[in-house]
Design a protein around this ligand. Structure first.
Ligand code: BTN
Length: 248
């Protein structure tokens, strides 16, 4: 069954709220959604703009897994967001970009930030933070963004409210969490690959200290991206900003 959803009027960041609760001994599972975040966090230290009407939510849960195993849930989260989008927009417009950006008509429409730490009573706490542009797309971002409201399926009247989106995501994520728990990572990775174009083509990866261009060569068993460089060597990339169809 999907974890309960707590709706806050305002918080700094739902991930920060999940972390505070986890460090105080709360185990979850609990989704913490907020109408407004005053200090929303993105990947690689970036800020995440989430104004009223968009979804900002974090699942707090505790697992008896290693951090590497827990990191597999980033792929489950991307699939859950894609399933959420499928409910409102034509599914052909929805795709995933490695590792967990869910695109709508090729533009960023959501973001996922997973954080973890040791739980006070044992195990690992995990904060699966998800932002989805439901009603508006932030402007002034480095890459083009869009939102559900701009691409509604012809038989859908309106983009979901934040509350509806939060509950729908709790359901779609629960289905992937259940599959992962019961069947392991492989079926999750297979489903993720099926929704992720560009895994075998020109690719540029912007890492913390270098930018690499080459040809993507699929993913490793843990989901890390394989990138073949022009000199024939192979780099395995676990984190970074990746742009497909853009080899130098
Ligand atoms: O940079 C990204 O693409 C990841 C963005 C993640 C944003 C979500 S919004 C809910 C949760 N709380 C945060 O502060 N960040 C995540």
């Amino acid at each position: 069954m999907a974890a309960p959803v707590l709706i806050l009027e305002e918080t700094d960041s739902t991930n920060a709220e999940a972390r505070r609760r986890a460090e105080a001994g709360e185990a979850g599972p609990l989704w913490i959604a907020a109408r407004r975040q005053t200090a929303g966090r993105g990947r690689r230290g970036r800020a995440w703009d989430s104004r009223d009407g968009n979804l900002a939510t974090t699942l707090l849960l505790t697992l008896n897994r290693t951090p590497a195993e827990a990191a597999q849930l980033t792929f489950a989260a991307a699939l859950a967001v894609a399933d959420l989008l499928d409910r409102y927009v034509p599914p052909a417009l929805v795709s995933i970009k490695w590792p967990n950006d869910v695109l709508l008509d090729g533009r960023k429409s959501s973001g996922i930030l997973i954080e973890s730490g040791p739980a006070p009573s044992g195990g690992l706490w995990l904060a699966v933070g998800v932002g989805v542009n439901l009603s508006h797309a932030p402007e002034g971002t480095e890459r083009p963004t869009t939102c559900i409201a701009e691409h509604l399926h012809h038989d859908v009247a309106a983009a979901p409210s934040m509350e509806e989106g939060a509950r729908a995501l709790a359901e779609t994520f629960d289905a992937w969490l259940e599959r992962w728990t019961r069947l392991g990572f492989q079926p999750v990775l297979d489903a993720w690959v099926a929704r992720t174009p560009g895994l075998f083509g020109p690719c540029t990866a912007r890492l913390s200290h270098e930018t690499l261009s080459g040809i993507a060569d699929g993913v490793e068993a843990d989901g890390a991206l394989r990138l073949k460089l022009p000199d024939g060597s192979l780099r395995v990339i676990s984190a970074g900003d990746v742009f497909f169809g853009e080899a130098a």
